[in-house]
Design a protein around this ligand. Structure first.
Ligand SMILES: [Zn+2]
Length: 388
C-alpha cells in the first residue's frame, strides 16, 4: 500500500522533531545518533531488510538498510543526509513542524529530512508489496553533509554501489546532472608590528588587505566568478570572515580574510587562486614590502558525473506518469555530497522535492511533491534494479 499523505506528513514531522544539528558547523550540536536510531527502529519490522550502522565519529553513525535483490541486477543506493544546520534564528519553532497550506514548515523539513522520509517510505512500500528486486537496494542516511561531509566520505571508502541517487530537495521537475564546487580559502597579508607612532617601522597588514579587497572586487566585476553559461549558473565569490591587529596603539602584523569561491564544472580552485596571486603581484609593484599568501582550507570539486543515463532514464520514466511532464536535466548553483559520489566514479544523480528557505527560518517543503516523490522514487528503483 502506498503511504497516504497523512502518513507521509506524520513521518516527516517525527523526523523534524528530532534535533540533529551537525556539530561540525555548530559546536555542541545534537548530532545524528537519535535520528538514525529513530529511522532504524522505524524499519525494524520490515521482513528481509537488514539494517546496520557504521560509526563515522563518536555518536555520529551512518545508517544503512539493505533490501537484497535476487541477483542479476545493479545495486542502487539512495543517499540522504540526517543532519541539519543550526536554528538560532528561530529557536522556538524550528523543531515544531507546522502545516501551512500545502507546505510543511520546520528545520530540515526539506533539507534533507524530506529525502530521508522518501527513502524510508519507498523501501517500506516495496517490501509490503512483496516486490522482488533483481539488484540490491541500499537506503543510506549519512551524517555531516552540512559540515565537512565526513559521512559520505566514510561511506564511499566502504561501499561501491553501481549507482547512487542523492536525494536533495531541488524540485521534482529537474534532475541534477552537474553542480558547482566550492573552495574555502584564507588570504593572509603579513605586515610588521611596530609602535603606532613609528610609521617607518610598521607595515600595516590591514591597510594592505584593503588593496587586496579592491583587487578582488575588480576581478569580480570584470569576469572572475562568471560561469561560462553552463547549467550551474553564476559562480559564487564572496568574503566571509576577517581578522587582524592587536590593539589601537600598534601597527597590525597580519590580517586574515576568509572567502568562499564557487567553481563551475570544468574549473579548478587552483585557477581562482592563481587570479588572487596575480592581484598580489600587482600590489607588490606599488608596494615592494607587501607580502601575501593564500591557504586553501577546503576544496570540493564540481559535480560532473558520468554513466548516469540508466538511472536518469529510470527516473524520467517513473516521474512522467505521476507529474504529467518529463523532468529535465539541470545544473545547480550549490554543492552537495553528490559531488563526492560523482568524483568517486560512481554514476550519480541528485533529485528531490520542492522546498525553500533552506538554512533559514520557515524552511518549507511541498507536501504534494512529497506524495509524488515517494511513488516516483519507488518506481524508479524498480526500473533501475529490475524486478524478478
Ligand atoms: Zn542538503
Amino acid at each position: 500500500m502506498p503511504a497516504t499523505e497523512q502518513q507521509i506528513e506524520q513521518l516527516l514531522c517525527d523526523l523534524v522533531r528530532i534535533d540533529s544539528v551537525t556539530p561540525w558547523l555548530i559546536p555542541g550540536g545534537a548530532a545524528e545518533a537519535n535520528v538514525q536510531q529513530f529511522i532504524a527502529d522505524w524499519m525494524a519490522d520490515l521482513p528481509g531488510v537488514e539494517t546496520w550502522t557504521e560509526e563515522v565519529a563518536p555518536g555520529r553513525p551512518n545508517l544503512f538498510a539493505k533490501l537484497p535483490g535476487t541477483g542479476g541486477g545493479p545495486t542502487l543506493m539512495l543517499n540522504s543526509h540526517a543532519d541539519t544546520v543550526g536554528y538560532a534564528n528561530w529557536r522556538e519553532r524550528a523543531l515544531v513542524p507546522e502545516r501551512r497550506g500545502e507546505n510543511l514548515i520546520g528545520l530540515g523539513a526539506a533539507d534533507d529530512k524530506s529525502s530521508c522520509a522518501i527513502g524510508m517510505l519507498a523501501l517500506r512500500s516495496l517490501v509490503e508489496r512483496g516486490v522482488r528486486l533483481k539488484g540490491d537496494l541500499i537506503v543510506a542516511t549519512t551524517v555531516d553533509e552540512e559540515g565537512a561531509s565526513i559521512g559520505t566520505i566514510h561511506m564511499l571508502e566502504r561501499h561501491r554501489p553501481d549507482a547512487i541517487l542523492v536525494l536533495e530537495p531541488e524540485g521534482l521537475d529537474r534532475i541534477v546532472v552537474e553542480h558547482q564546487g566550492f573552495g574555502w580559502v584564507d588570504i593572509i597579508v603579513h605586515g610588521r608590528a611596530a609602535h603606532g607612532s613609528d610609521p617607518d617601522m610598521g607595515i600595516d597588514a590591514i591597510a594592505y588587505m584593503g588593496e587586496v579587497l579592491a583587487g578582488l572586487a575588480e576581478l569580480d566585476a570584470t569576469g572572475f566568478g562568471r560561469g561560462e553559461g553552463g547549467l550551474s549558473g553564476r559562480t559564487v565569490y564572496h568574503t566571509s570572515t576577517i581578522r587582524g591587529g592587536t590593539d589601537y596603539a600598534t601597527y597590525p602584523s597580519s590580517c586574515v580574510l576568509g572567502i568562499e569561491i564557487g567553481t563551475q564544472p570544468g574549473e579548478h580552485l587552483s585557477d581562482r587562486i592563481a587570479e588572487i596571486e596575480a592581484i598580489f603581484a600587482r600590489i607588490r609593484e606599488r608596494h615592494p614590502d607587501f607580502r601575501g599568501e593564500v591557504r586553501e582550507q577546503i576544496n570540493r570539486n564540481p559535480f560532473m558525473p558520468t554513466g548516469y543515463e540508466p538511472l536518469f532514464d529510470a527516473i524520467v520514466a517513473a516521474a512522467e506518469p505521476v507529474l504529467g511532464y518529463r523532468p529535465v536535466a539541470a545544473g545547480l548553483n550549490a554543492w552537495g555530497d553528490s559531488g563526492l559520489c560523482g568524483e568517486a566514479g560512481i554514476p550519480t544523480l541528485c533529485y528531490g522535492v520542492l522546498g525553500g528557505n533552506y538554512h533559514a527560518p520557515d524552511e518549507w517543503v511541498s507536501m504534494p511533491e512529497m506524495v509524488a516523490a515517494v511513488t516516483i522514487v519507488e518506481n524508479a528503483i524498480e526500473r533501475f534494479c529490475g524486478v524478478a
